[in-house]
Design a protein around this ligand. Structure first.
Ligand code: SF4
Length: 387
């Protein structure tokens, strides 16, 4: 059965507020019956509050509308994000006064408040789900859509996967990319060749391993799979393989299954705002120029469907190449804009595939536009000359 994803386009026909995104978010909340579902619930609104001087996260005006809807419905909302992003969040406009509810760190001020979930996957044995998430009875996943250096794209999955666990689990999720062996030093014993491999990468993705001096270590986030290093590395000494990249996305899906699994059926819903889409995650602490046109706002009870829909809608637009930092390199191959930016092995759809396999939702969805943009049909005119 198809899941419904409600959508409000960033486009508008008229210069009227009701055709803009905050008003469309209201329509989506109505269609999801949010008010009717939160009476008496303790509602965690998980968002990414950004970091340092980043300003492309979900604007407080949108958050406030969600908070108001929860209050109108008789729920007790609080906004929550990981500790280091909640700290000094008032500098980015998120305060109790602006949002209308308190803001709490997901796993306490010392990142110690968590519940242990056992689920072995590569290097991760236990998943520490943040206490403020697991203690809530209803979850609103309020995500910002953007690029991501580890997996090409971050939105609903990413917001929960890395934001509803402690820092230790977050680091372990990133480390899954190193679990499958990619460097075979015995096939490249010459130290000068090793140095040449390091120098071959224009993005600084290959470095000397701190724990094993002389051996090589890959920063997968910085690798766009251009293949330059493979032209230098002796055959079989270095692998640039999908397994390493996919591990991160599978770990993200498992992480979401652990946190989302603590909510009863029907007690979670997801919103994604695809505006000011930056090349990398909001964790970076700054905001560059948008690299894709604004798409709009999405809402669904199905986390798989909402990320799939956002990717599909964005996939029909084009990279704004002139806005991409010159230190990055756009792949010439066909494919999703995020994969062209971060490399073909960072397939942004992988996380929805893994999520579907885990039973978190379906990639088969129906996109319902809550306020389709009317097209203006006008007879041909000849403009009056100014002279
Ligand atoms: S494939 Fe390209 S980006 Fe990746 S490590 Fe090799 S040289 Fe660097």
């Amino acid at each position: 059965m198809k899941s419904i994803v409600y959508f409000g386009s960033a486009h508008q026909a008229r210069l009227e507020g009701r055709e803009t995104l905050p008003a469309k978010l209201d329509l989506i909340m109505e269609r999801l019956h949010l008010c009717d579902r939160v009476k008496g619930e303790t509602v965690a609104i998980k968002m990414h509050c950004g970091h340092s001087i980043g300003y492309s996260t979900v604007h407080p005006l949108f958050v406030r509308r969600v908070v108001n809807a929860v209050k109108e419905g008789g729920g007790r909302p609080f906004v929550t994000d990981v500790g280091w992003d909640v700290r000094a969040t008032e500098e980015r406009g998120y305060t109790t006064e602006t949002l209308g509810c308190p803001i709490y760190p997901t796993s306490g001020i010392d990142d110690k408040y968590a519940y242990i979930h056992e689920r072995p996957f590569k290097n991760v044995n236990t998943w520490k789900v943040a206490g403020m998430i697991e203690d809530a009875s209803f979850l609103i996943n309020l995500a910002h859509v953007k690029g991501h250096p580890a997996c090409g794209f971050g939105a609903a999955f990413k917001n929960l996967a890395l934001g509803c666990v402690t820092g230790a689990t977050r680091r372990a999720i990133h480390d899954t990319m190193h679990f499958d062996q990619y460097w075979f030093g015995e096939k490249c014993p010459d130290l000068q060749t090793r140095q040449r491999i390091i120098e071959s990468c224009p993005f600084g993705a290959i470095v000397e391993d701190k724990e094993h001096p002389g051996e090589l270590h890959m920063h997968f986030e910085q690798c766009n799979q251009c293949g330059r290093c493979l032209q230098v590395a002796p055959e079989g000494s270095l692998k640039i393989d999908a397994a390493n990249f996919n591990a991160f996305q599978e770990a993200c899906a498992i992480s979401v299954s652990q946190s989302l699994g603590t909510f009863a059926p029907g007690k979670a819903t997801h919103f994604s705002l695809a505006t000011h889409i930056t090349p990398v995650c909001d964790c970076f602490g700054f905001t560059g120029m948008p690299i894709l046109p604004d798409a709009g706002v999405f809402g669904s009870d199905d986390i798989v469907a909402i990320d799939q829909a956002a990717l599909d809608v964005i996939g029909n637009t084009r990279l704004i190449e002139e806005n991409i930092p010159v230190s990055m390199e756009v792949h010439p191959h066909e494919g999703h804009p995020f994969a062209r930016l971060h490399g073909p092995l960072k397939d942004p759809y992988k996380v929805t595939e893994y999520g579907e396999q885990l039973g978190l939702g379906t990639r088969d969805y129906e996109l319902v536009d809550v306020l389709p943009v009317e097209q203006a049909a006008r007879p041909h005119v000849t403009y009056i000359s100014a002279t």
